[in-house]
Design a protein. Structure first.
Lengths: 279, 441, 192, 226, 223, 334
């Protein structure tokens, strides 16, 4: 019986080895060799938890850049790092960018002209009389951007402005797309100069709407290197091509503080509240 | 389905009794007129005056910028005091021309030649209509001359005049038909002439018997014009619903009415055309229903375009103590106003003031999948599912569920027992999709 | 009820492979986020189940008669290599089919339902025809369970599920409810 | 080892892509019990988890058998990893795993025939447990035998403990007993539901809800603190 | 102890056509052979214990359903007839068998047969002891069942239910809610009516199937 | 010169008006329509009926209150769940079981899904299916109707987690009699409800009247009960024709929980399809399954499982019966 067993299993093994060898010859299809490498870095549990049919499919898509390694829920962080490292040939070369908000009109300084009632999302409020906010360009404070950020980089401050944590932000651009007012812009993290206002009204009229709005007075233009800042249709605009010439003098005479010199997060003085404590 | 209706739809309380019996009256000129350059679909008008200029009533302050665009005319004589951002009824700020009305001006337009329509070619009629700044008065404010000139290759066989006025409260079209049937029919005559169309149907909901009677009485014998009483149901006046009720044809999804040989024009718009060829005056005033339980004295008024809502409401003796919401348009599709400095536009059909208890402040419940919205939606969408997607911002899935076919009529949100602001969510979805498509700003 | 009919109804509903017998649960939980994926996987599984039924029957009748204790090893080796070869063949010759179905093949090797089928058909002494009916019932039962789960998961995707239930908690509650719904079929075929 | 960001090395010396980073044996063991627990975190090996946890004895037996196979196959795969040709590695691993499963099956049948009968076909079905192939491919094939054994032991322990937890709940409520010893006394009305299929799903569901609740509560607290 | 980190095979990195065919064959053949050897060795070691247990179970079952016979004969059903000798090639487990039990004096006590049919949930396998001449039941034992624990499994654990069958005459009739009247009524278990009825049905079918076979065997005089 | 307006204008989205019906109004109307059914149950089974129903409802409400998202008890849906669960239980069920069923139904049938509107399975039936699986004997022990109003049925006050002591007088349901003993029941008894069975099985006419009231007010969709009842009637009539030993259509319609299920449970808005075509499919599916389980299944009654099974298919049905969008498909002009 021992012999029989050895023969049967050895035979079955041999037979299938022959099949596989033949299949390997006849049926071999070229593939990106990196797929195999990435596949071998995956847990190979073929559990399907990533939503893809099996680890190999995941590897294929990862090589094509269609999924992020971390979307493999079973794998460890180290494994994700390793795969990212293996695939991300040019990672580390680009300058890190972060999302910056071009509005400082929190609920304490920018008044509402009407009482908005309805769906508490910016997208919905923007469709209803601009959400009732006095400033038609400003942040509605209903946190669409916070919800859309997969990296929990955004928290709403208690005066209803999104505060981006520059460490967590990956410049994925989701908030840029989500904001119905188009208030976010992705800037290199080492750009310090920013106009936190998009209100096109100029002069003192704008102050009725928001105390920290840009009045287009032009003082920053005078104080900055030529070409760096200009006033265009009621608001100061920075030409970041000239960013190397930027210095903090430009912000010093701004009567409202609409233009700021950033180091780190915006609105640093405003304490950020956690989700559960917000009304 | 019967020829005089469409499937689905809703029956909101009409509330038209507040103004349907009141004759049209004229509102005096206010002290200031504000004319946004963006009052119509298409490109905003190009500014053609400067601060300090004096304008006479009917002078252009902005000129058409391209084919799908119309000029904007001063609705009163006075002085341009400012050109800048001003609250627009849609909630944004718009470039507007402010005119201090000259209190002592005679307010007669400069003498002008009244075009003689009989001899005019289509092109000439179209140009005259564009120059007069006529846009659709049914609400969308689409430049009317564009519809007069169908694209080459399509023939229009029927002109449908939209006298449904299915929105609650509003009676401006009703009063127009009842009081000025001759002008409406004259406008139709000009349009049929210009478009070389032999058949015209005027669709009027059955709840306006006096309008139907007045039109029938004034019908000319030489034209094929039928007055068709329609089922009373919202949104009977929506273009595609009206076309189905009148002709039995469903306009294909994503296509314009011209693709089935039909052009729809609002009663007010044809009356405006009639006026252009009667008096030569451009579109500088329109008939507005000012109504609602929050208003002291409802009325149907001829209002100069650019009159601020504040002045309009004051003329109607102001609002009641409980008034809370001011809506431009009807309560089903109209826009709530945050700022009463916003002016009446060419497309403003009415102003409705609601009291606090009439507004939709009730609690919103989760969707209980009752299916009522599906039974209400006149274009057979699944608002319940669309709403589910909207809540989690899955805009692309909404697009796949035919969000583009939604006309934001609000029937779904009207019937929803859970008080879900479905139409608002859909509008947000449409805006988000448009933003995504245009690339981020 | 005739024997074949009983085998079919029993494996499809009464003793549904996934919801009652607990076979193939990994893909039942893992690959049911999208309904398309789910039913394709179900079909691919049905195909492999049929092949397995034949393969196991051949092994049982001709090769393993004297050494039944080698069944597990022989079955799984045949299944694993067979699936690998089928996968390569489909990839080469039917690339479109491969895109749609073939990519699920690796998932199937480690699907208990396949080996379970081979083992159950052996322990119940099914003949070839019975084995094939058994395989079809099992495959369709699997497809049914996968599709139901996927359609429900697509719905809860837009539901306001509490945070703690979001990842897998609710999915198991769904499985429990589905399994309860299938209890109504118990005893079918054994009624007086 | 550092993973360098470079194209697949050809000719460059020994680089095992995806090899687990170095760790102490204790860490290898602990990971399987906690952070990468096969049942509660990875959802692997669901079929035996559901099917045999209707009594504590069955659950433990299945857990221990799986542990045995994990350790044995991990050791073998690791020992022979240099000699197994790439194309047939899956088949080879499966062969190794199946061998150990059969051994476990035979031994169990000879020593605890009652449990062996209760586990029925789920004993041989260990072969198809994705956990085993997953560990062989992702871990054992890339590290030395000691670590492979440690990992197998950790995963096996994690599996056994989870099964023990679930089966204890199910037996306790479903039969009022633990390891067949009456716990609640004769007046207890057993919840038959718990030992039936829906009860299996629900028990794991409740365990996961509980786990998520604890994690969420901790996260909340951490957030509150700063 | 230091843990060294191994840098593994190049084979893992350069996949595809690399490996020569003979290595594939060798790998699998060797692995198969080794596995076969290992399994057989363990099989041989464990076989006695497993056999013994199985025999013990079977004996216990026959002893129980025939009420402790002194000895019994095994008859095999081949081609619709009973024989004393099993065909050589077939797997013994697959052949239907009848165990004919005798008391110490050599008098035939009855016959034990196994039968399986669907119960409430799954196949229900019974061993049934009866007197082929009269159709009187001697006893039955549940060999395998997957009925609901706490409900259907009472057919196995409820001794009062099992005792009723002794001496009853097949075909049996299940009744509910009252004591069954001899000679052929048995009372079903509350809450497990379906399983109880399945037991009754299986017994009836088995007796009906085997009685003619045994009568033929008796007539053939091989006894 | 601003007209006197409230301190600040309100801005909301259009439409600015809405219809009269709101979700709580619908729910409380259903509760109201259930009151006569409860009264009928009390008429037949006395105070026991009220105790069982009240306890099941208490279990549901307390759970909703304890782990729901605040303020959701007022919408009335948990009340319906509790009442319907109670109505589907036997009169003598120990109260601790009824309470557990209510809590389970709301907890696992509704709240883990996210509360009102999110669940796929009918919470009352999830609770009942749990009870049936957990305590199959207790839940199939049917006390006989009648006796004094104050006489208690069964062992209602069994200490939590212990068995009830067996009740001397129990009866079988008409369906149980049919399945296990092959005995029929007079139609009169079925219609007027003086048979054994769960609390809400016994008052077909009252249930039907409540259903008609709700259907007229459009709080439930008439297609579902109509579809179920017609399917059951037709299908069982055909079977009866082929094999006259099988029960006839009237017996099928008036026995068991069919009326309660068809009128109040299958019509649950949340767990039934949103399209009318889907509702017909759903109803026909339930009708077929009820007959199949009653006639060929192991269990005497199949309404609960039929509804639960079709609940599982609802997302599928909704997908398959999406309305044809205006201006697409057949009826579009060229
Ligand atoms: C981009 C665009 C192009 C249009 N072109 C035409 C056209 O060529 N002819 C026409 O009759 N109407 C045209 N329309 C007008 C529409 O048919 C319709 O009357 C208008 O959108 C307002 O309809 P509503 O008030 O129902 O929304 C066009 C509309 C849009 C938005
Ligand atoms: C929901 C809905 C309801 C409408 N109701 C009316 C109406 O009652 N009367 C009307 O003239 N236009 C109504 N319209 C606008 C018409 O669809 C269409 O734009 C108009 O009749 C075209 O004529 P115009 O360009 O002259 O405005 C409605 C549009 C929508 C989307
Ligand atoms: C979860 C569940 C499990 C059941 N299991 C069994 C079973 O194993 N055997 C059985 O005969 N009936 C079983 N039943 C059926 C019911 O208990 C059925 O009502 C009973 O058999 C009828 O018997 P009775 O009339 O004595 O109550 C089960 C029912 C349920 C709901
Ligand atoms: C007509 C109607 C029938 C209902 N039927 C049930 C039911 O059978 N079971 C239940 O738990 N809730 C029922 N409800 C209440 C509610 O819809 C249910 O609790 C939801 O499933 C909770 O999300 C019903 C509600 C209505 C309006
Ligand atoms: S959404 Fe993206 S870009 Fe915006 S804050 Fe978050 S990580 Fe940064
Ligand atoms: S930045 Fe934009 S999205 Fe974010 S809260 Fe403000 S308006 Fe909303
Ligand atoms: S708003 Fe859109 S979805 Fe709602 S009823 Fe109108 S067309 Fe349909
Ligand atoms: S009407 Fe409202 S509650 Fe009903 S299905 Fe539509 S969205 Fe849901
Ligand atoms: S254990 Fe993974 S499919 Fe069964």
């Amino acid at each position: 019986m021992t012999l029989l067993a050895i023969l049967i299993l050895g035979g079955v093994g041999l037979a299938f080895a022959v099949f596989i060898a033949m299949a390997n010859r006849r049926l071999w299809v070229w593939e990106d060799p990196r797929i195999d490498v990435v596949a071998s870095m995956l847990p190979n549990a073929n559990c399907g938890a990533c939503g893809l049919p099996g680890c190999r499919a995941f590897a294929e898509q990862a090589v094509e850049g269609r999924v992020a390694p971390s979307q493999c829920t079973v794998g460890s962080d180290d494994a994700h790092q390793a795969i990212a490292g293996f695939l991300g040939v040019d990672a580390g070369a680009a300058v890190r960018r972060v999302a910056r908000l071009q509005c400082a009109g929190g609920s304490d300084v920018a008044a509402a002209q009407a009482e908005y009632r309805g769906l508490a999302t910016c997208a919905a409020a923007a469709a209803v009389a601009g959400g009732g906010k006095g400033c038609a360009w400003g942040c509605l404070g209903l946190a669409d951007c916070e919800r859309v950020c997969d990296f929990a980089a955004i928290t709403m401050s208690d005066n209803g402005l999104p505060v981006v944590d520059p460490v967590k932000c990956t410049a994925c651009g989701d908030c840029v797309e989500a904001c119905p007012k188009g208030l976010f812009t992705l800037l290199p993290v080492d750009y310090h100069l920013l106009v936190q206002c998009k209100n096109l009204l100029g002069g003192d009229a704008v102050l009725e709407q928001c105390k920290v709005a840009c009045t287009a007075c032009g003082k920053c233009v005078q104080d900055a290197a030529p070409g760096l800042i200009r006033v265009a249709s009621g608001v100061a605009v920075i030409d970041y091509d000239f960013n190397p010439q930027a210095d903090r003098h430009a912000v010093e005479r701004c009567p409202t503080g609409a233009i700021v010199w950033l180091s780190g997060a915006q609105f640093a003085r405003v304490p950020a509240l956690t989700g559960s404590e917000r009304p | 389905m019967t020829r005089t209706g469409f499937r689905h739809g809703v029956h909101p309380r009409e509330e038209k009794g507040l103004t349907s019996g009141l004759p049209i009256r004229r509102m005096p000129f206010p002290d200031e007129i504000v004319l946004p350059l963006r009052q119509h679909a298409g490109n905003p008008a190009k500014l053609c005056v400067r601060t300090g200029d004096h304008v006479e009533r009917g002078d252009p302050v902005g000129l058409a910028d391209g084919w799908v665009s119309v000029p904007v005319h001063a609705s009163a004589a006075g002085t341009v005091t400012d050109i800048g951002w001003w609250p627009h009824p849609d909630g944004s700020m718009a470039m507007s021309v402010r005119i201090a009305v000259d209190r002592y001006a005679p307010q007669v337009a400069r003498p002008r030649r009244v075009p003689r329509w009989e001899g005019l070619s289509t092109d000439a009629v179209v140009r005259a209509v564009q120059d007069a700044g006529v846009v659709g008065l049914g609400g969308a404010a689409f430049p009317t001359h564009v519809k007069l000139a169908p694209p080459p290759g399509v023939t229009v066989h029927t002109l449908i005049i939209n006298g449904a006025e299915c929105e609650p409260y509003l009676t401006s079209d009703h009063r127009t038909m009842a009081e000025y049937p001759a002008r409406v029919l004259f406008g139709i005559r000009v349009m049929m002439h210009a478009m070389r169309v032999n058949k015209c149907v005027v669709g009027v909901e059955r709840n306006k018997p006096d309008a139907i009677a007045a039109l029938r009485q004034a019908l000319p014998s030489d034209l094929d014009i039928a007055i068709l009483p329609l089922t009373v149901k919202y949104p009977q006046g929506a273009e595609k619903m009206l076309i189905q009720a009148v002709t039995g044809i469903e306009v294909p999804s994503g296509k314009l009415p011209v693709s089935v040989g039909v052009v729809v024009q609002n009663v007010g718009s044809v009356a405006a055309i009639g006026e252009v060829f009667e008096t030569g005056l451009p579109l500088i005033e329109r008939i507005v229903t000012v109504s609602g339980h929050g208003l002291r004295r409802p009325a149907n008024l001829i209002v100069p375009v650019g009159t601020k809502l504040r002045d309009l409401l004051a003329f109607c003796d102001g609002v009641t103590a409980d008034a809370a919401e001011v809506i431009l348009g009807g309560p089903m599709m109209g826009q709530a106003q945050a700022n009463l400095d916003a002016p009446v536009l060419k497309g403003t059909t009415g102003v409705v003031v609601l009291e606090r208890h009439e507004t939709r402040l009730d609690k919103v419940y989760p969707c209980i999948h009752c299916g009522r919205c599906l039974e209400a939606c006149p274009v057979f969408l699944n608002p319940s599912l669309l709403g589910d997607f909207a809540r989690v911002a899955r805009w692309d899935d909404m697009a796949e569920q035919h969000l583009a076919d939604c006309m934001l009529c609000g029937s779904c949100a009207y019937v929803c027992p859970s008080n879900i602001p479905l139409a608002q969510m859909f509008q947000a979805g449409k805006l988000a999709l448009r933003r995504a498509r245009a690339g981020t700003p | 009820m005739s024997n074949l009919a009983w085998i079919f109804v029993s494996t499809l509903l009464v003793n549904n492979f996934t919801l009652v017998m607990f076979l193939g649960l990994c893909s039942f939980f893992g690959v049911t986020a999208k309904i398309e994926t789910a039913w394709r996987l179900g079909l691919a599984n049905t195909f492999v189940l049929l092949l397995t039924a034949v393969g196991a029957w051949v092994l049982n009748t001709y090769i393993l008669t004297q050494t039944p204790f080698l069944r597990t090893i022989a079955f799984i080796v045949v299944i694993a290599s067979g699936v690998q070869i089928v996968e390569m063949a489909v990839k080469k010759h039917f690339p479109i089919l491969f895109r749609q179905l073939g990519i699920y093949l690796p998932l199937i090797t480690t699907n208990c339902a396949i080996l379970g089928l081979a083992l159950f058909q052996t322990s119940r002494h099914y003949n070839l025809v019975e084995s094939l009916v058994f395989a079809i019932g099992a495959g369709l039962g699997l497809t049914l369970a996968l599709s139901l789960m996927a359609s429900i998961r697509e719905r809860i995707e837009v539901a306001d599920v509490p945070v703690i239930a979001r990842r897998m908690g609710l999915v198991l509650v769904i499985a429990s409810c589905l399994s309860m719904a299938f209890m109504g079929f118990a005893g079918m075929g054994s009624a007086p | 080892m550092t993973t360098t960001a470079s194209a697949p090395p050809s000719g460059t010396p020994a680089f095992v892509p995806g090899a687990p980073p170095p760790a102490s044996l204790a860490a290898d063991i602990w990971r399987g019990i906690s952070r990468e627990n096969p049942v509660l975190v990875q959802f692997l090996g669901m079929c035996p988890t559901m099917a045999v946890t209707n009594t504590l004895a069955n659950g433990i037996a299945m857990g221990v058998a799986t542990l045995f196979v994990l350790v044995g196959s991990g050791l073998m795969v690791s020992l022979f990893r240099k000699y197994i040709a790439h194309e047939v590695r899956i088949t080879s691993y499966i062969l190794i795993i199946a061998t150990f499963v059969t051994l476990a099956d035979l031994i169990l049948a000879a020593t605890f025939p009652v449990i062996s009968k209760a586990l029925g076909p789920f004993m041989p079905l260990i072969v198809a447990n994705c956990l085993l192939l997953g560990r062989a491919e992702a871990f054992a094939a890339k590290v030395g035998p000691l670590r492979a054994v440690a990992d197998g032991f950790g995963m096996g322990m994690g599996f056994t403990l989870s099964l023990a937890l679930l089966s204890a709940i199910r037996e306790l409520l479903g039969r009022g007993s633990l390891l067949n010893h009456d716990v609640f006394g004769p007046r207890f009305e057993p919840w038959v539901f718990m030992v039936m299929p829906p009860g299996g799903f629900l028990t794991l569901g409740i365990a996961l809800l509980g786990l998520a609740f604890i994690i969420e509560a901790r996260r909340r607290r951490a957030e509150r603190l700063g | 102890m230091t843990v060294t980190h191994h840098h593994g095979t190049p084979a893992a990195v350069t996949p595809g056509k690399g490996t020569p065919t003979w290595r594939l064959l060798l790998t699998l053949a060797l692995a198969g052979a080794m596995s076969g050897w290992l399994v057989v060795t363990v099989y041989k070691v464990t076989l006695p214990a497993v056999r013994e247990y199985a025999a013990q179970q079977a004996n216990a079952a026959v002893r129980e359903v025939l009420k402790a016979p002194a000895r019994w004969d095994t008859l095999y059903l081949v081609n619709d007839a009973l024989t004393r000798t099993a065909p050589v090639k077939a797997d013994l487990a697959d052949i239907p068998k009848a165990f004919v039990g005798f008391d110490a004096s050599g008098k035939r006590l009855g016959v034990a047969v196994t039968a399986a049919e669907p119960g409430f949930q799954e196949l229900l396998t019974l061993m049934i002891g009866f007197d082929p001449e009269t159709g009187t039941l001697i006893g039955f034992k549940v060999l395998d069942q997957k009925e609901t624990p706490g409900l259907g499994d009472k057919i196995e654990r409820d001794t009062a239910f099992g005792r009723q069958f002794v001496g009853r005459l097949a075909p049996l009739l299940g009744v509910k809610g009252r004591a069954g009247k001899p000679p052929s009524e048995v009372q079903t278990i509350t809450g497990a009516t379906i399983s109880s009825r399945a037991v009754i049905r299986i017994i009836n079918h088995a007796v009906a199937r085997w009685r003619p076979l045994l009568e033929a065997w008796d007539r053939s005089g091989a006894r | 010169m601003s007209p006197p307006l409230a301190p600040k204008l309100i801005v909301t989205a259009s439409p600015h008006v809405r219809s009269q019906d709101s979700t709580p109004v619908i729910m409380w109307n259903v509760v109201g329509a259930l009151v006569p059914v409860i009264a009928a149950a009390a008429w037949f089974f006395g105070v026991s009926a009220l105790l069982v129903i009240a306890t099941a409802t208490l279990g549901a409400l307390l759970t909703e209150r304890a782990i729901g998202r605040g303020g959701t008890v007022a919408d009335g849906s948990a009340m319906i769940t509790g009442l319907l669960l109670g109505l589907s239980l036997p009169a003598g069920l120990p109260l601790w079981m009824a309470f557990l069923g209510g809590a389970f139904g709301i907890g696992f049938g509704k709240l883990v899904w996210g509360g009102l509107g999110q669940n796929v399975f009918n919470p009352a039936l999830v609770g009942r299916a749990f009870l049936q699986a957990a305590f199959p004997v207790a839940i199939t022990t049917w006390p006989v109707p009648g006796g004094g109003f104050w006489s208690l049925k069964g062992d209602l006050f069994a200490f939590p987690f212990t068995h009830p002591s067996p009740d001397a007088i129990t009866s079988a349901t008409p369906l149980g009699l049919l399945k296990f003993e092959g005995k029929g029941t007079e139609l009169m008894h079925l219609v007027f409800g003086d048979t054994g069975g769960s609390l809400g099985e016994t008052a077909a006419l009252v249930i039907l009247a409540g259903g008609i009231f709700l259907a007229i007010k459009r709080y439930l969709n008439w297609r579902i009960p109509a579809g179920i009842l017609i399917t059951v009637a037709l299908f069982s009539a055909v079977i009866h024709l082929i094999d006259p030993r099988r029960p006839d259509a009237l017996f099928m319609l008036f026995s068991g929980g069919l009326m309660l299920g068809a009128v109040y449970m299958a019509t649950d808005l949340v767990t039934s399809p949103v399209t009318n075509r889907g509702r017909w499919l759903f109803a026909v599916g339930i009708g077929l399954l009820v007959v199949v389980i009653r006639i060929w299944g192991g269990l005497p009654e199949g309404v609960m499982y039929a509804i639960l099974f079709m609940n599982a298919l609802v997302p599928f049905i909704n997908r398959a019966t999406q309305p044809r969008v205006f201006g697409t498909g057949g009826r579009v002009a060229a």
